[in-house]
Design a protein around this ligand. Structure first.
Ligand code: TYD
Length: 134
């Protein structure tokens, strides 16, 4: 967990099932490099480039996977270092360490899946950008 300080693209194993499509798999503490405590999904974006997120987490590490439509993710550290990612395929995910301000831009009707290292707690959120940058 100590090493999870930089954003990172994760590759999941993709298995082609002959004549039927594919199956993608990731395991807790393997491809997803932390014990997964919670899975949630964001769906039904009402508009193209709908912005979700707009917050930071104090301690939770998360992996985001684009499930339907592409997702652009912009990250900013407290010190002002910025990163931009464009997730298009469900066999890749973005690891977001704690203390990055995140903006997720979903396509209309798009959805993404998120794996989190912590249970839901509002206490873990920083929802004010000015507070994050203090
Ligand atoms: P939020 O994390 O703000 O979602 P987004 O950034 O995608 O808009 O969460 C939206 C609402 O859902 C907020 O009231 C908190 C609640 N929520 C839970 O109750 N449990 C959860 O696991 C998550 C992620 C959110």
């Amino acid at each position: 967990m100590e090493l999870l300080t930089l954003p990172l693209i994760i590759s999941f194993k993709k298995i082609e099932v002959a004549g039927k499509g594919s199956l993608i798999v990731g395991e807790s503490e393997k491809e997803i490099p932390f014990p997964v405590k919670r899975v949630y999904w964001v769906e039904g974006a009402l508009n193209d480039l709908e912005v979700r997120g707009n917050h930071a987490h104090k301690t939770s590490v998360q992996v985001v996977v684009a499930m339907k439509g592409a997702v652009r993710i912009e990250l900013e550290s407290k010190e002002g270092e910025t990163f931009s990612f464009h997730l298009k395929n469900s066999d890749e995910g973005l690891l977001i360490p704690p203390m990055y301000w995140r903006k997720l831009f979903l396509e209309k009707n798009g959805s993404c899946l998120c794996f989190a290292s912590k249970e839901y707690s509002e206490e873990d959120y920083i929802r004010e950008y000015s507070v994050f940058k203090q």
